[in-house]
Design a protein around this ligand. Structure first.
Ligand SMILES: Cc1cc2nc3c(=O)[nH]c(=O)nc-3n(C[C@H](O)[C@H](O)[C@H](O)COP(=O)(O)O)c2cc1C
Length: 198
């Protein structure tokens, strides 16, 4: 299976190094305990005032109708690969706390929960591809998501598949090297924009 470990300047945990976002999924289902485990990892994310604003809508191929409906939540370009993932998840962020006060950290905290979900999946030899290219109005209507809750991202979860199973331009994109900005471009000291001497 195609691997694309991060090219790092120093050692990082293998789970972080080896995680990447394949679009090729095997149709093999995700065992129930593995699905539970990745959701549990998300549940234990830290959050501002422990508000836990994240919500998840899950559809798996154990219910083909629900899975087919979830596929329509992805935009057409993303549907090309998301439809093969046996688990589709939409991550939502509730913009108010349990007392009804605005929670400005809702999106930040939901991102942290998704990051934990993704790393737990990696630890279980699963892969996740996140998608901002989703049909938010359609998702809101389909799942009756209340107005106080933002639809943040779609997640395709499953076992990695063969890159050549992908259509059109996607096998080539699957093999593109992963790239990141240098630490000197993102870590500053003294003045914003001045690279920290690490
Ligand atoms: C919030 C978010 C939205 C994304 N949206 C899309 C998307 O709509 N379609 C897509 O193919 N990939 C999407 N991606 C995947 C990114 O392109 C990918 O994570 C990035 O290129 C880094 O690659 P890596 O995850 O393999 O390191 C998204 C990732 C994130 C975190």
């Amino acid at each position: 299976m195609l691997k694309k470990p991060a090219q790092t300047c120093c050692d990082i945990h293998p789970i972080i190094r080896d995680r990447w976002s394949p679009r090729a999924f095997d149709t093999r289902p995700v065992p129930h305990d593995a699905l539970l485990s990745v959701l549990e990892a998300a549940r234990w994310a830290p959050s501002s005032n422990n508000v836990q604003p994240w919500r998840f809508i899950v559809a798996t191929t154990t219910d083909l109708q629900a899975h087919a409906a979830a596929v329509t939540g992805f935009n057409v370009r993303n549907q090309r690969w998301a439809k093969n993932a046996p688990v589709l998840i939409f991550a939502l962020a509730r913009k108010v706390n349990d007392a009804g006060a605005a929670n400005g950290a809702a999106a930040y905290d939901t991102g942290a929960a998704v990051a934990q979900l993704v790393l737990q999946a990696t630890a279980l030899d699963l892969v996740v591809h996140q998608a901002g290219g989703i049909e938010k109005d359609h998702i809101r209507a389909m799942y009756q998501v209340p107005e106080d809750t933002d639809i943040v991202v779609g997640l395709a979860l499953g076992y990695q598949g063969d890159a050549d199973s992908l259509p059109e331009d996607l096998p080539t994109r699957e093999r593109e090297p992963r790239a990141r900005k240098a630490l000197t471009d993102i870590v500053f000291a003294g003045v914003y924009g001045e690279a920290a001497k690490l």
